[in-house]
Design a binder for this molecule. Structure first.
Ligand code: ADP
Ligand code: MG
Length: 796
């Protein structure tokens, strides 16, 4: 047993570092190869089909697994001229067992996926490969398509703007490539169907999640939302935006040390109340004004343009914290988005009415079989196990990794770091070695590009919204002399070849030590740093990576590294780099603190969304029974007996059944949407409770439960009320005329995390613990949350 796996075992980390348990199967796969290689193309396909018809009778027995893998390997060799390496087969076996295969970047995960996906797809119930973005769904379906074809399988892919018919076709294929969020949006749309045939998805069976840590952890808590029709007109955000702009920090309002929370002081409250014409913000009738006011404050004083969001084409576009890229179709929740629009003076978008929502995490748990692959599962392994029951298997690289990861260079201040960065890039670039620079924000990438332009170094800047253009630029990042500046993690999934597209220049670049990756910040999670480093050193290529940090970086600031280090060790402000192992260790510690906070935050949020999800599933089960006409509901005959009995001989049973069915579906959807709105209010209130020092989750559960109890009655009441008032003839009901139809238009978006609301949901002990840890006062941590400390110990 290696030292690493021994340590993991001691720590209880669910990661297997020794894939030798799969070696025996691998041997059997290899043994079958010569015979399968002798088959001609049709022979290969019919052998795959034979396996498939056996699989559809019984589930694939273990002894068919080697054959499935051997067939897939041979199909890949013929279709792509690439025979999957043993390591890829090992990864495939881990995936087939429902685990997360950790495989370094560039090792060929796309191809490794084919064998286990084939194995699952032959059950005939649909296998989904969930990719990081739309472009990769299209690319991978096209790239692996010929392999599946030889195996007798059909392949489809889904894209954001696709018609219902195309989606149905794509989901009908044996293998479907698509993003997790597109699958989730379709799930929400299907949940509003009024006829079974309007739905596009089949029942979920198997999903393989690519870039699993990003999708299953970083993105997992993001709610996907479907909204419809326009809601109330919005008034007021503009006026409030103007008002909060004039407030003075420290006097009118205070923020906490993490810039997560903001609140008016007494002076500020008085000032605002006077400006609004002498209202009382705390009066009961002003609850919504108060909420709008808080949003205006957040928008003006905590959200930063070009860091948290950008303004483009008259719209607010959110910047994703972990990818640093513009997040597609993302909104902040409730009134916050409107408040930011008002702050920037762009047109307010109508909010619509939220008809349904689900977090990515809960959506993915709907798949009875889930597996994953990523280059960076290491620190996520525990969380993957806790939330999804997924174990992680570390797969060795095919060729030894020769990339060198240099220690961080630390500066006391930003300006010194910038000067050093430009000098470093200039020196390395002069030799022709390609450089990829990962920055933390759009603003920073542009500033750095400007500084480089000042030094006459041409570079490409990447913060495009277009995945495909981005992938093309990243792919060129390995060309001689290329300098590419991206926001962090840009190009997850893309393949950077040394020399660029021109094979003949590969050797020249390799001789220069390959790609040089520079990070200009440590990120909120070590995995993001690792992804950036992983752009270099693909498949045994030479390469190196290095991070430049300063004590003024946002991450370092937020967690007060300066306070963690005693004054004696703090270097004086200086232009050159600081040589201090202690400082480096503290920076690494700050990063771990941030990671831990993320983990705890996700767990807390899970506590909130989980109960909503349980309610959603219960309602959805009922709705599906009604939708598919599976069981008669007998609601009208019981609750509106008189009208029912008098109509029956006139219009007939069939019409009445249809009326009941449709009224129920519409009432369920309306009432569920109201229920969601109510839950949002309860949650807002529970956040306020948190500031009063009470633990909010229990309160949320209690109230959400009460509201849910009333839901079924409310639905039935509405059905009866509608039934009593509408005109029913033997031809049925004119639903348009009665105003009883589904939403005339729906749209989907992702709710950007409310950066403030979320932290308010932490238990008070959790928050104090954080602050105390950041201030280097372990006794405070002990006082305020032994559990928190213990948990942190256990994780390291
Ligand atoms: P990952 O997703 O693991 O980062 P990719 O799937 O993008 O890696 O593949 C990286 C590169 O490796 C691609 O150019 C692919 O063609 C190549 N590749 C993968 N498997 C093989 C193989 N068995 N033989 C040769 N080349 C391979
Ligand atoms: Mg990949």
């Amino acid at each position: 047993m290696s030292l690493d796996s021994l340590l993991d075992r001691l720590r209880g980390r669910p990661i297997e570092r020794d894939p030798s348990i799969y070696r025996e199967i691998l041997t059997r796969v290899s043994a079958l190869e010569p015979a399968i290689a002798e088959l001609d193309d049709t022979g290969l396909t019919s052998r795959a089909r034979a396996l498939r018809s056996r699989a559809q009778v019984a589930s694939v027995a273990d002894d068919q697994l080697p054959e499935a893998f051997a067939l897939a390997r041979e199909a890949a060799r013929r279709a792509l001229g690439q025979r999957p390496f043993d390591e890829q087969i090992l990864a495939g076996l881990a995936i087939a067992q429902g685990k997360v295969a950790e495989m370094a970047t560039g090792e060929g995960k796309t191809l490794a996926a084919v064998a286990p996906v084939f194995l699952r797809a032959i059950a005939g119930r649909g296998a989904h490969v969930l990719t990081f973005n739309d472009y990769l769904a299209r690319r991978d379906a096209g790239w692996m398509g010929p392999v599946y074809e030889r195996l007798g399988l059909s392949v489809g892919f889904v894209q954001e703007r696709m018609s219902v018919a195309d989606r149905q076709r794509a989901y009908g294929a044996d293998v479907t490539y698509l993003t997790a969020k597109e699958a989730g949006f379709d799930h929400l749309r299907d949940a509003l169907a009024l006829e079974p045939g309007e739905r596009v998805q089949r029942e979920y069976y198997f999903a393989l999640v690519d870039e699993a840590d990003s999708i299953l952890i970083d993105e997992a808590r993001i709610p996907l939302v479907i909204a419809g029709d326009t809601g109330d007109a919005l008034g007021g955000p503009e006026r409030l935006a103007a008002l909060v702009r004039g407030l003075v920090p420290g006097l009118d309002f205070d923020t906490d040390e993490h810039a997560h929370n903001i609140a008016l002081t007494e002076t500020g409250t008085a000032r605002v109340e006077a400006a609004l014409g002498g209202v009382s913000l705390h009066a009961l009738e002003n609850v919504s004004l108060h909420a709008q006011m808080r949003h205006a404050l957040h928008a003006e004083h905590l959200l930063r343009r070009d860091v948290d969001y950008i303004v483009r084409g008259g719209k607010i576009e959110l910047v994703d914290e972990s990818t640093g890229r513009v997040a597609d179709r993302r909104h902040w929740p409730d009134g916050l988005h409107a408040a930011v629009e008002a702050k920037e003076g762009v047109r307010l978008t109508p909010e619509g009415r939220i008809l349904g929502q689900v977090t990515l995490q809960h959506f993915l748990r709907l798949y009875p079989r889930l597996a994953g692959m990523t280059a960076t599962a290491e620190t996520a392994a525990e969380e993957l196990e806790a939330f999804y029951g997924l174990r992680t298997v570390a797969i060795p690289t095919h060729r030894p990794m020769v990339r060198t990861d240099e220690p961080d260079v630390v500066f006391t201040h930003q300006a010194a770091k910038r000067v050093a960065l430009v000098a470093e890039i200039a020196a390395v670039h002069a030799a022709g070695r390609p450089i990829l620079v990962g920055t933390a924000s759009v603003g920073e990438s542009e500033e750095l590009a400007a500084a480089l332009a000042g030094a006459a170094i041409p570079c490409e800047v990447l913060n495009a919204r277009n995945d495909e253009a981005e992938a093309a630029i990243v792919a060129r990042a390995g060309a001689p002399g290329a300098v590419t500046i991206s926001t962090n993690m840009a190009g997850r999934g893309t393949d950077i070849r040394l020399g660029g597209s021109d094979e003949s220049r590969r050797e020249a670049v390799a001789a220069l030590r390959g790609l040089y990756v520079i990070g200009t910040n440590r990120h909120a999670s070590l995995r993001i740093d690792e992804q950036l480093r992983g752009r270099a050193g693909r498949q045994g290529d030479p390469g190196s990576s290095r991070f430049f940090v300063s004590l003024e970086d946002p991450l370092i600031r937020r967690y007060g590294v300066e306070q963690l280090v005693s004054a004696r060790h703090l270097p004086p402000r200086q232009d050159g780099p600081v040589e201090s192992r202690l400082l480096r260790a503290e920076i690494a510690r700050a990063q771990r603190i941030v990671e831990d906070e993320g983990f705890r935050l996700r767990r807390t949020l899970f506590g909130y969304s989980d109960i909503v999800e349980k309610q959603r599933r219960a309602v959805q089960r009922w709705r599906t029974v009604v939708l598919e006409r599976r069981e008669p509901q007998h609601l009208l005959v019981e609750r509106a007996e008189e009208r029912y009995r008098s109509l029956l001989p006139v219009v007939g049973q069939r019409v009445l059944d249809e009326v009941e069915r449709r009224l129920l579906l519409l009432a369920i959807d309306r009432c569920w949407s109201d229920h969601l709105a109510e839950l949002r209010e309860i949650r807002e209130d529970s956040v306020l409770l948190a500031f009063a020092g009470r633990f909010p989750l229990a309160e949320f559960h209690r109230q959400a439960g009460e509201s849910f109890q009333a839901l079924e009655d409310r639905i039935e009441d509405e059905v009866v009320r509608d039934f009593e008032r509408i005109e029913i003839t033997p031809e049925g009901v004119d639903w348009e005329k009665e105003g009883l139809r589904g939403p005339s238009a729906t749209w989907t978006y992702l709710v950007g995390e409310n950066p403030f609301g979320a932290s308010g949901l932490m238990s008070p002990a959790g928050r104090t613990g954080m602050v105390a840890a950041a201030m280097g006062a372990p006794w405070l941590v002990l006082l305020h949350g032994l559990g928190v400390l213990w948990e942190r110990r256990r994780r390291r």
